[in-house]
Design a protein around this ligand. Structure first.
Ligand SMILES: Cc1cc2nc3c(=O)[nH]c(=O)nc-3n(C[C@H](O)[C@H](O)[C@H](O)COP(=O)(O)O)c2cc1C
Ligand code: SF4
Length: 470
């Protein structure tokens, strides 16, 4: 990407923008959240039902939730969609057509769980797949091995040879090429949900000595560095197979969850990784810097303790299957409760990190995490990022953009999502990706009755005006 000057006046949510050559009608995006369509009889119908409303309501860019690039293994959660099958991916053209018909753009997110794969933590799935090995970047960190010995995890790692890493790269690249053929506008690599890409990036997981190891030159002096080589190789392979498609990735800044755990990626490491990957010579067209953990905990989805989901009788069997017994599910819930205090829930908790990255790279910076109202979104665009997004609020209000964008938008408009995380935890029990909080759904229903989602003055995007280029 060549460096281009930033806009002279701060953009607002309604301003169109060119995103690596792809025109977006505004700067609001749906962040990737799992639809859990993988077990549906017709996953494409389900994805259309989930994602088309956001397009019809005016979203500039829609990120589909993470999809798994291999035919077996690698699923981090129940019901994830796989994209190894050419016929299935070709069928996703119905989804991209539906989104395009409303003037939105759509990115697919590609992932592999690695050590976060389901058989490691999901009791029933692990029993049903006793011979499954997880692709591992290196021997698992000591704390994961301890959890394995204590029976909280069931690790059976296979540390990849260099040739096996290349084979995984090829799985990503082939999935990307198929997605481009099916009409996706951009490829998003899932880099910060504790899956295999983060495991390559993080010195907590990556102790490889081949060319996919940690690069000490990326990161501040005195720290191990960042393992950017896997992402660089992915970008190269995707471009070889899929052509010059816009590429973006989340980049993690990690927290250790428990004191004394490490090494982990700091904010400084994350900024350095963004510079390397999306700087003038970098292969990525955009980055999404986000704060995560080295563990698969609630750091990415900060919010309240999801008490009512844990207590919901309808999910009880699912929790028992996932965690092996109800007492063990209660132990996980207790950890969940502690996390709700550990993680700072300041609205827009990634904004300062995005701002630092934005000062260092010319490529678009996407910001998400606890952004909830129009004023916050505009302020983040003025100071911290080039596009702004929301995830959980789209579960509660699939047509949310209609309230935030265009001539009809209320200046005080705010998503109704209560950050209670009932949606997130229910997915461990195999439930689909929808809002699970009756009061919030009632609030959205009331807005619907009042016609709040019909006031879409955001245009159809086919003539998006004179926005700036990034
Ligand atoms: C249930 C759930 C599923 C998610 N799935 C993904 C995913 O597939 N890929 C990803 O990169 N992030 C995923 N996220 C993280 C979101 O993209 C987003 O970063 C996070 O929820 C914070 O944004 P929010 O406060 O607007 O929800 C998920 C979040 C939730 C709650
Ligand atoms: S359950 Fe509903 S209100 Fe709660 S975080 Fe999820 S989407 Fe938001």
């Amino acid at each position: 990407m060549t460096a281009v000057p930033r806009e002279r006046r701060p953009p607002t949510l309604d301003d169109p923008v060119d995103f690596a050559g792809v025109r977006l009608r505004n700067r609001l995006y749906r962040a990737p959240v799992l639809e859990c369509a993988g077990n549906d009889d017709d996953a494409v119908d389900r994805l259309i039902a989930d994602l088309e409303p956001a397009a019809a309501a005016g979203a500039g860019l829609i990120h589909q939730g993470a999809t798994i690039v291999t035919g077996e293994g690698g699923c981090a959660a129940p019901g994830m969609t796989r994209v190894h099958d050419p016929d299935f991916v070709a069928g996703l053209a119905r989804l991209t057509d539906a989104v395009h018909a409303h003037g939105s753009r759509i990115a697919i997110q590609l992932e592999h769980g690695g050590l976060r794969s389901m058989e490691v933590w999901h009791d029933a799935y692990g029993r049903a797949n006793p011979d499954r090995h997880q692709l591992a970047v290196s021997r698992p960190p000591r704390v994961l091995r301890a959890l394995d010995r204590l029976g909280f995890l069931d690790l059976s790692p296979r540390v990849m040879t260099t040739a096996e890493v290349e084979s995984l790269v090829d799985d990503f690249a082939r999935a990307a090429a198929r997605a481009v053929d099916a009409g996706y506008d951009a490829i998003h690599i899932a880099g910060a949900n504790m899956g295999i890409v983060q495991q390559f990036l993080s010195p907590f997981y990556n102790r490889r000595e081949d060319r996919f190891g940690i690069d000490p030159a990326v990161g501040p002096d005195g720290t191990p560095g960042v393992g950017v080589a896997f992402l660089e190789r992915l970008a190269e392979a995707i471009r070889d197979r899929a052509g010059d498609v816009p590429l973006l990735t989340k980049i993690p800044s990690e927290r250790p969850t428990l004191p004394g755990i490490g090494p982990y990626l700091s904010d400084n490491d994350a900024v350095a990784a963004c510079e390397r990957l999306a700087g003038t010579e970098g292969p990525f067209d955009a980055v999404v810097p986000v704060r995560t953990s080295v563990f698969w905990d609630m750091s990415v989805v900060r919010g309240a303790f999801p008490a009512s989901a844990w207590r919901d009788e309808r999910f009880r069997d699912g929790f028992r299957e996932a965690f092996g017994s109800l007492p063990r599910a209660a132990a996980v819930a207790a950890g969940n409760w502690i996390e709700s205090f550990v993680y700072d829930r300041e609205p827009g908790w990634n904004r300062d990190l995005c701002r630092r990255v934005r000062h260092r790279v010319d490529a678009p910076v996407l910001c998400e995490g606890g952004l909830r109202d129009r004023a916050q979104l505009d302020d983040a665009l003025a100071r911290d990022a080039d596009l702004v997004g929301m995830a959980r609020p789209f579960y509660a209000e699939p047509e949310l953009p209609a309230r935030l964008l265009g001539a009809g938008a209320e200046p005080e408009a705010r998503a109704v999502c209560a950050d209670c995380n009932n949606c997130a935890i229910a997915q461990a029990a195999g439930e689909s990706g929808v809002c699970r909080t009756p009061a919030v759904l009632r609030a959205a229903g009331e807005l619907r009755r009042q016609g709040a989602y019909d006031r879409n003055g955001a245009g159809d995007g086919r003539d998006a005006g004179t926005g700036d280029s990034l």
